[in-house]
Design a protein around this ligand. Structure first.
Ligand code: PHB
Length: 392
């Protein structure tokens, strides 16, 4: 099998890239280890930055997102039992965020790609990437029938997430540097059949730990609370979950709207960056190159930003033969990645309870929350980062 750009992974990065290349007349083939059903059913993030929404619209995948996504003009930070609004819209020159689940983004992108003649091989598991320092790299994969196949291409885009094979194709000793931080807590996430408790997302600081109230639709709510990363879902009955969430977000009479919980899971929190994001003709994008704690709501948006840079660089190569933008890919993408790492770490450190925290640390956290909700300059910093930088 042959193509111009071989894309490993049909997540947000791979699918967006494939469509952007298609619009520039560049061929690609996607290989993806999971089934279409599994991808379209996996619950992940839910917040799209303004520029991610704009990109979806620009490539023709914005119709349902515009119709069904929820545009939010602000977020609430709750601490000392009281809510404080950050007006994202006014503090960021009219930019907003849109709440629309990642798997809905993926459904829209897969449908669009297939409708426009895209080639996606589901249940095709990449097992290795060869010849990345040659002119003709190859992605090896096994089909669902168990056959070994090869995808020969000009470039490989490694968009196969944190556990994919792409990153490991960059030699660890000579070339690659991994920057890693594991946080000593996780998030317990639920989906509940309930009415929204709030019009906007609530990020709560509490002695018992962080909590987040988000939404998916008028009938389905997404909520999280900080937990021990080694805790077990079985330890948490529905009643215990509601009690914990209510304890962390209550205070001034605010009451959560409850309902049957139909999904529970624990996610670890970590920060990771792999540098460089390119080696030879292999380009890493999205979670294959980095992950951020979900507190800043940046994961999917960073993936979109990476492939925006990469699509332009590939387009410049195929249009003019110049490799300048390709050579700049890693440096350009990493600048935004580290900005997002800093922001995600900052918001995480401001809102979570650290097990070794002293009284001093707690007072400092509250002072920082006072700062970002009372100083216009500090609130603007939160808002600008949360709605996201324009794509470069
Ligand atoms: C979500 O709705 O899943 C969500 C929202 C905001 C975050 C993280 C996750 O910061």
């Amino acid at each position: 099998m042959q193509t111009q750009v071989g894309i490993v992974g049909a997540g947000p990065a791979g699918l967006l890239l494939s469509q952007m290349l298609h619009l520039r007349g560049i061929q690609s083939v996607i290989i993806e280890s999971r089934s279409r059903d599994a991808i379209e059913a996996t619950i992940r993030a839910g917040v799209l930055e303004q520029s991610t929404v704009d990109l979806m619209v620009e490539i023709g995948a914005g119709e349902r997102l515009k119709r069904e996504g929820f545009v939010h003009h602000g977020i609430e930070l709750r601490f000392r039992g009281r809510g404080h609004r950050i007006n994202l819209h006014d503090l960021s020159n009219g930019r907003t965020i849109t709440v629309y689940a990642q798997h809905e983004v993926l459904k829209d992108l897969i449908a669009l790609r297939l409708r426009t003649g895209g080639e996606i091989h589901f249940e095709a598991k990449a097992v290795g990437i060869d010849g990345i320092t040659s002119e003709r790299p190859t992605a090896r994969f096994t089909t669902k029938e168990g056959e070994e196949r090869e995808l020969d291409c000009d470039f490989v885009a490694g968009c196969d997430g944190s556990y994919g094979v792409s990153r490991n194709a960059v030699p660890a000793e000579e070339v690659r540097h991994d920057y890693f931080r594991v946080y000593p807590f996780g998030w317990f996430g639920i989906l509940a059949k309930a009415r929204p408790s709030s019009d906007e997302l609530i990020y709560a600081h509490h002695d018992r730990g962080f909590a987040l109230i988000s939404t998916r639709s008028p009938d389905v709510q997404r909520m999280y609370f900080q937990c021990d990363p080694n805790d077990k879902v079985e330890n948490w009955s529905d009643d215990r979950i509601w009690e914990e969430l209510q304890a962390r977000v209550g205070g001034d009479g605010f009451q959560l709207k409850m309902g049957p919980i139909f999904q529970k899971g624990i996610i670890p929190l970590r920060s990771f960056v792999c540098e460089p994001m390119q080696h030879g003709r292999l380009f890493l994008a999205g979670d294959a190159a980095h992950s951020v704690p979900p507190t800043g709501a940046k994961g999917l948006n960073l993936a979109a930003a990476d492939v925006h840079v990469l699509a332009r660089a590939l387009s410049s190569f195929y249009g003019t033969g110049s490799t300048d933008l390709l050579a700049d890919y890693s440096r350009t993408a990493l600048r935004r990645v580290w900005r997002a790492q800093h922001f995600s770490w900052w918001i995480t450190s401001m809102l979570h309870r650290f097990h070794d925290a002293s009284e001093f640390d707690l007072k400092r956290q509250l002072a920082e929350l006072d700062l970002v909700t009372s100083s216009r300059a500090a609130a603007t910093t939160v808002a600008e980062n949360y709605v996201g930088l324009p794509l470069t």
